[in-house]
Design a protein around this ligand. Sequence first.
Ligand code: MHO
Length: 249
Amino acid sequence: MTGLNKVTIPLLLGVILIAAILAGILVGCLKEGTTMDFPKDGVIPGDSIPPIDLSAPAQTETATFALGCFWAPDSIFGSLDGVVRTRVGYAGGTTESPTYHNLGDHTETIQIDYDPTRISYEQLLEIYWDSHNPTVQPWSTQYMSIVFYHNSEQRELAMETKQLEEASSGRPVYTEIIPFSEFHLAEDYHQKYHLQQVPELMKELTAIYPNFADFIDSTAVARINGYVGGHVTFQELQEQLNSSWPVPG
Ligand code: MHO
């Protein structure tokens, strides 16, 4: 009996440990939005370039933000009406040709091209402040909170809204507000990350956008990434994909 226990108990503990590790991995995957339940087929009707990508506005402005890991912001900002393109990369540092595993002093950053007649920089800033907690001191340069302004108007708005954040939270806000200088595009596997975890959708989309640069720059792809992240419903997504941008003027 004692002999049996000597073998059985450690074996049982081992099995429990393995089960706990597997459960942990599963919960981690759910957190990353990889096993969500949503339609994964026929997202683009007719499997051809949708209206939203046939009429992208020629005039856009750019916003550049750092707010922690760039995967979720790519999906949050990509879901917004008025956002034309998103891309993720590294900015703010001096290390030449940074990569994810050799970031040096750069920070994970998202760049957003938007149509200022459809969405304002102020509206983007509102979403920026709401999408992270800038009162928590960042653990590393990689995950700093930074607004990289492209002009003095953006700088003013960033400073004003940072003050409002400090007033409403009653705590210091660690966000830096610095001039934009350079943006280094991140590796392909980081672009529209949540969407890239859904093979059914990727199969459909890479058939429509065989060139990965077109995939990154597509408004439709940004919206589908927003949908996978849970920021728009299937119906809202369909309306977005089928809408055309108004001709300016
Ligand atoms: N490795 C972290 C963050 C990735 S983000 C691109 C995670 O798995 O959540 O820094």
